[in-house]
Ligand binder design. Structure first.
Ligand SMILES: NC(=O)c1ccc[n+]([C@@H]2O[C@H](COP(=O)([O-])OP(=O)(O)OC[C@H]3O[C@@H](n4cnc5c(N)ncnc54)[C@H](O)[C@@H]3O)[C@@H](O)[C@H]2O)c1
Length: 386
């Protein structure tokens, strides 16, 4: 492959949040080029947004339907290779389905869809088409998260017995949605967010982090789910007990009314011989704790020989030159792009590059949402998660 892969984008135009992060992340390693998009629900703003990114006018589409129709008519050496979907949750399924049906690879935001049924349909389509589908559970892109996962996989802590994971934010401590804030409005609207609020928005990140790092699956949970802000239509706080498939137990809490918190995603995992502790807001450091010796401080860095090969493959700078959120996001794009490049060339992707969250992770997230909401609605009943 002697060219960049070509990205089309749905959502992420003027006034949007995560679309810009995707464009930075996709560009980080010089493998991806934005070539077109339908960037906004308003057709005029969509076209204007495309021009902001210096795209030619004929690739700034008014709707994603127009994008799929017109891209199909372009010669293969010009047409987009994949579609990034950065719209609110209720506009994930249709563009993702259209992309797969028209032969495009996909990067889709989380939660994967509006409902579990939609997620299962996408999973089936990915299997049928053999196309590559990434779901941007950003936090598993951090090198230290990969290091944690590899150490647990190698068994250095023995059998895992306890997982404590939390994602508190404070930005929805007031009824922000009533002030017209775009991001708050759709996140608290059951017609656009889905059946969950905070549980879908950030609880799924905590669930994905716990399952990815430990390699375990949550089999059962018991959730106390609340709407703390008066008049809010969806949950803004949840405290959840977890049971894992190896017998481990856990606690997950997510909140958007933890006043003053930013993005305090934290995880602690304990095995028979020791454990680890990682904080998203200090992502280059991990504490490794032992039953019978002093705690170690692991640090990310291309020059840190004790960091394993997988973490090193996802590190760009020497220790002390901090890598963060954009680079973690960039790792998803880097690995996705290399996988897509291999598939376009008719080659088998290198397993090192298959290291990004997939449609299966997205389905797990949707199952998690269903189980948490069912449990919460039943007054904190234990619910199975298959
Ligand atoms: N991975 C992460 O860490 C992370 C962080 C933030 C948001 N997200 C997810 O990203 C998605 C978007 O969130 P956001 O905060 O950026 O939302 P946002 O409201 O800031 O932006 C959404 C954009 O989608 C556009 N849009 C809506 N319908 C459209 C349509 N039919 N065609 C084209 N564009 C359309 C809107 O006009 C807007 O520009 C959500 O699913 C959210 O859960 C993920």
């Amino acid at each position: 492959m002697s060219r960049k892969i070509r990205m089309g984008m749905v959502g992420g135009g003027r006034g949007a949040f995560i679309g810009a992060i995707h464009r930075h992340a996709a560009g980080l390693d010089g493998q991806v080029e934005l070539v077109c998009g339908a960037f906004h629900i308003d057709p005029e703003i969509s076209v204007a947004s495309g021009k902001d990114f210096y795209l030619p006018e004929d690739r700034c589409y008014r709707t994603y339907h127009e994008m799929f129709e017109k891209e199909a008519k372009l010669p293969a050496d010009k047409r987009m290779d994949f579609v990034t979907i950065v719209t609110p949750n209720f506009v994930h399924f249709e563009p993702a389905k259209l992309a797969l049906e028209n032969g495009y690879h996909v990067v889709c935001e989380k939660p994967l869809s509006f409902s579990l049924d939609e997620a299962l349909q996408l999973e089936a389509l990915v299997k049928k088409t053999g196309l590559t589908f990434a779901v941007t559970h950003t936090y598993t892109g951090y090198p230290m998260v990969k290091q944690a996962r590899e150490m647990i996989k190698e068994g250095v802590f023995g059998k895992i017995r306890k997982v404590v994971v939390e994602y508190p934010q404070g930005w929805l401590s007031t009824p922000l949605e009533q002030s017209g804030n775009q991001q708050a409005s759709w996140r608290t609207d059951p017609k656009r967010s889905g059946k969950a609020g905070a549980v879908g928005d950030i609880g799924t990140h905590a669930e994905n982090l716990a399952e990815t790092i430990t390699g375990l699956k949550i089999t059962e949970l018991c959730a106390d789910v609340s709407r703390m802000v008066s008049g809010r239509l969806l949950d803004d706080d949840a405290n959840i007990l977890l049971r894992f498939d190896n017998g481990a137990k856990g606690v997950l809490h997510c909140s958007q009314i933890a006043a003053g918190e930013e993005n305090a995603l934290n995880i602690r995992v304990y095995g028979e011989k020791g454990g680890l502790e990682w904080h998203q807001m200090e992502p280059n450091t991990m504490l490794v704790k032992w039953l019978d010796k002093p705690t170690q401080v692991y640090r990310v860095g291309g020059d840190r020989a004790y960091m394993g090969a997988v973490a090193q493959a996802n590190t760009r700078t020497p220790a002390g030159h901090p890598e963060g959120y954009l680079e973690a996001f960039g790792n998803i794009y880097k690995n996705f792009a290399k996988t897509v490049q291999a598939r376009i060339d008719g080659k088998k992707p290198d397993p090192v590059n298959l290291d990004f969250p997939t449609v299966e992770d997205g389905v797990r997230g949707m199952k998690f949402i269903d189980a948490v909401i069912e449990s919460g609605d039943a007054g904190a009943k234990w619910v199975k998660l298959n």
